[in-house]
Design a protein around this ligand. Structure first.
Ligand SMILES: Cc1cc2nc3c(=O)[nH]c(=O)nc-3n(C[C@H](O)[C@H](O)[C@H](O)COP(=O)(O)OP(=O)(O)OC[C@H]3O[C@@H](n4cnc5c(N)ncnc54)[C@H](O)[C@@H]3O)c2cc1C
Length: 388
């Protein structure tokens, strides 16, 4: 079977790239190991949520995905309050001051994933191999040959690796990475809370990690606590009551009484940056290209910007030539490099700054938050990047 583009990995980023290309006339395929799960029949909540930027919402709208989302499961963020580990140090961002309707939308992973998959199943130029596993890749001058574990052989002019932070595609292509562990786990859980959140996302930079409470529809919040491994192991084994007590204390009791509505889950946090995004007949997108710390809630947004840019470059291809041409791929890499490096640098730097126990650094970081809060131009610059 011959294709123009085969994507390995149908997470949000890989599936969104295909959704963006569904009107292109290109022959597309997706290989994904997991069977897409149907939405649960009850109205339970997914503890895995994303803060999706307005730029990503626009992209998902252009792919025909956002329109499929249930508006009752989306919560806009109108304000962000970030607190340092000295109670006087804080920085606030507001949609009103930034002149936008919202700073971000909080959305559950499975709702968004379901909407993207729905869009793909309706596309007549996308063939889904799912669940399927690619056993081997062979690189040729004019194409890449993939052999799936059931013996099916596919040929493609362009292979896209969207298979997440531990990308096998990246490894098989021999692309090197810069990598280090944060020795932290992202502990996530959802709660029902007593106090209304007023669509404010709150974040506390603490000595034992970074706690974020993101607004969900109704009187609910979603927690991402990037905690050092010892604390994370404790948080993951606490009873619902004990967890609520500990989170409430860390959040300075802002949510009032809390009730756990999803079991807590943990995700190990690592920094990964591929040294190259492309090689002949291959492009990497999403976490396969860059895994960043979740403190800025930007990982999937960064990946969606990869998908948007790669789709844009490929859409310029007239359908007559070779869509795996290296000059096209280099163009994608050039256009994405700066954003990826900047986001990796900022999130890694902030994590290190707030992870330090050095007294002088502790003073500087809190001072930095306070000063930035009083500099509207700098704040606006930071905000503009986060909104894209
Ligand atoms: C705790 C936490 C909170 C976060 N919060 C936010 C947030 O608020 N906002 C934000 O923007 N980002 C956030 N992120 C980051 C975000 O989760 C990732 O950046 C995003 O999931 C990356 O999407 P992806 O599609 O590139 O990769 P993945 O979601 O990892 O998807 C990869 C897909 O590839 C499939 N796959 C893997 N190997 C193979 C294979 N060999 N063959 C076929 N298929 C394969 C997998 O099954 C999976 O479906 C957070 C991350 C963490 C850990």
């Amino acid at each position: 079977m011959k294709f123009d583009i085969v994507v390995i990995g149908g997470g949000l980023v890989g599936a969104s790239l295909l959704a963006a290309l569904k009107g292109s006339g290109l022959k597309l395929a997706l290989i994904e190991t997991r069977q897409p799960a149907p939405l649960p029949v009850d109205d339970s909540w997914d503890a895995r949520v994303y803060a999706i930027s307005p730029g990503s919402v626009e992209f998902l709208q252009s792919c025909g995905v956002w329109q499929r989302m249930d508006p009752d499961r989306i919560s806009p963020v109108h304000e962000m309050r970030v607190q340092g580990d000295d109670s006087a140090a804080r920085i606030d961002f507001s949609a009103y001051e930034s002149g936008v309707p919202e700073l971000a939308c909080i959305i559950e992973n499975r709702q968004l994933q379901h909407a993207v998959w729905e869009a793909l199943t309706e596309a007549d130029n996308v063939q889904l191999f799912c669940p399927a596993q690619c056993d081997s890749l062979a690189w040729h001058e004019s194409h890449v040959e993939l052999t799936l574990s059931d013996g099916t052989v596919l040929q493609t002019a362009l292979l896209v690796g969207a298979d997440g932070v531990s990308s096998r595609v990246r490894e098989q292509a021999g692309i090197q990475v810069d990598r280090h562990s944060y020795h932290q786990t992202g502990v996530v859980a959802n709660f029902e809370v007593e106090q209304p959140h007023h669509h404010i996302a709150r974040q506390w930079f603490r000595r034992d990690g970074i706690l974020a409470l993101l607004p969900l529809p109704g009187k609910r919040v979603s927690m991402v606590w990037s905690a050092n491994t010892v604390l994370a192991d404790e948080l993951l084994t606490l009873s619902p009551g004990a967890l609520c007590e500990q989170v409430g204390r860390a959040a300075e009791h802002a949510p009032g009484a809390m009730q756990l509505i999803t079991p807590q889950r943990g995700f190990p946090l690592n920094f990964v940056q591929a040294k190259s995004l492309v090689k002949p007949r291959l492009a990497l997108i999403g976490d396969a290209a860059h895994g960043i710390h979740p403190l800025a809630g930007q990982g999937v947004n960064l990946g969606l910007r990869d998908a948007r840019e790669l789709a844009h470059v490929l859409m310029q291809f007239d359908g007559l030539g070779d869509c795996g041409e290296f000059s096209l791929l280099r163009c994608y890499e050039r256009n994405r490099r700066e954003d990826i490096l900047a986001m990796g640098w900022v999130t890694d730097g902030l994590q290190k700054l707030f992870g330090s126990e050095d007294a002088a650094i502790m003073r500087i970081r809190n001072l930095g938050l306070g000063i930035t809060n009083r500099l509207p131009l700098l704040k606006n610059r930071l905000m503009r990047h986060a909104l894209s």
